[in-house]
Design a protein around this ligand. Structure first.
Ligand code: PRT
Length: 121
C-alpha cells in the first residue's frame, strides 16, 4: 500500500521525538544554501502565515523569527517538503547576511581533503 505521506497531497509533517523537522534555506535569487535549522509546528505555521521565516531554536529552546534582532529577515518565496515529509526546503529572499557571523551564508568554509578549512566567502 502506498505511503500517503509520500504519495498524497496532504501536508503531514513527520516531526521527530522533539517535535521538529529540518529546514534548509536557499536564496531565491542565487540558489545558494544559506542555513540549516529546525522548525516545530508553530514555526512552520508562522512561516506560511506571515511570509517571514521562523524556526525553533534548540539552543535557546524558543521560537525564533530569523532576523528578529539583526533585521536580517528571510522573506518566504516558496516552501517545499521532501518525500517523507521530515524536512522542508525554504526558498527565501534574505534582507541581509543570513549568518550571525556576517557571512552571506552559514556555509562560508570548504572542507579540504586533508580536513583543513578554506574560507570561501
Ligand atoms: N542569527 C543566528 C543565525 N543565523 C543563522 N544561524 C544558523 O542557524 C542554526 C540554528 O541556530 P540555533 O541557534 O537555533 O541552533 P540550534 O537549533 O540549537 O541548532 P544547532 O546550533 O545545533 O545547529 C545555526 O546552527 C546556524 O547555522 C544562526 N544561528 C544563530 N543565530 C543567533 O540568533 C540570534 C538572533 O539572530 P537574528 O535572528 O538574525 O536576529 C543571534 O543571537 C544570533 O547569534
Amino acid at each position: 500500500m502506498a505511503d500517503m505521506r509520500e504519495a498524497g497531497l496532504d501536508l503531514d509533517p513527520k516531526y521527530d521525538a522533539s517535535g521538529l523537522i529540518t529546514a534548509c534555506v536557499t536564496d531565491a535569487a542565487s540558489g545558494a544554501l544559506l542555513m540549516v535549522a529546525h522548525m516545530n509546528e508553530e514555526a512552520l505555521r508562522l512561516t506560511t502565515q506571515t511570509g517571514e521565516v521562523h524556526f525553533w531554536s534548540r539552543s535557546r529552546a524558543s521560537l525564533w523569527k530569523k532576523g528578529e534582532s539583526s533585521g536580517n529577515v528571510l522573506k518566504l518565496v516558496e516552501l517545499r517538503i521532501d518525500c517523507d515529509q521530515d524536512a522542508v526546503w525554504v526558498i527565501a529572499s534574505p534582507a541581509g547576511p543570513t549568518c550571525h557571523t556576517g557571512a552571506p551564508s552559514c556555509f562560508y568554509r570548504r572542507v579540504a581533503a586533508d580536513g583543513s578549512l578554506e574560507r570561501i566567502a
